[in-house]
Design a protein around this ligand. Structure first.
Ligand SMILES: C=C(O[C@@H]1C=C(C(=O)O)C=C[C@H]1O)C(=O)O
Length: 112
């Protein structure tokens, strides 16, 4: 079942046009985020295979700390809440580590 957009019945046409125009940009940004995340996961899957093949641990907490520091600083510069940036990165990294654990489970250091 299709979901209908909810717009106040008394909103003027100008406001509705502005809202649609802004939402087009939001939709473009959301699409870009999905593509960027897909590319990031392609690379992290590669890291997972490399780690599994060489017996390296799935997680690297020191690297994660450096990334958090870096992204918090970038967020501040960009006027984005650094706590949100940290939460987002941790959410993504947790998923990556989950993938790495799964990859390592299906592969030995010898690749057999
Ligand atoms: C991708 C890696 O594996 C893990 C995932 C990370 C990430 O998603 O950025 C960072 C560190 C690791 O815990 C890596 O070691 O580079």
């Amino acid at each position: 079942m299709a979901v209908q957009e909810e717009l106040p019945a008394d909103a003027g046409q100008d406001a509705i046009d502005q809202l649609h125009s802004i939402r087009e940009s939001i939709d473009n940004i959301d699409a870009a985020l999905i593509h960027l995340l897909a590319e990031r996961f392609k690379f992290t899957q590669g890291v997972g295979r490399l780690k599994a093949a060489h017996g390296l641990p799935p997680a690297d907490p020191a690297r994660e700390l450096m990334q958090i520091e870096r992204l918090r600083a970038l967020a501040i510069e960009a006027h984005l809440d650094p706590a949100f940036a940290e939460k987002f990165l941790n959410f993504v990294i947790a998923e990556v580590i989950h993938h790495h654990v799964q990859i390592a489970g299906g592969q030995t250091a010898s690749g057999a």
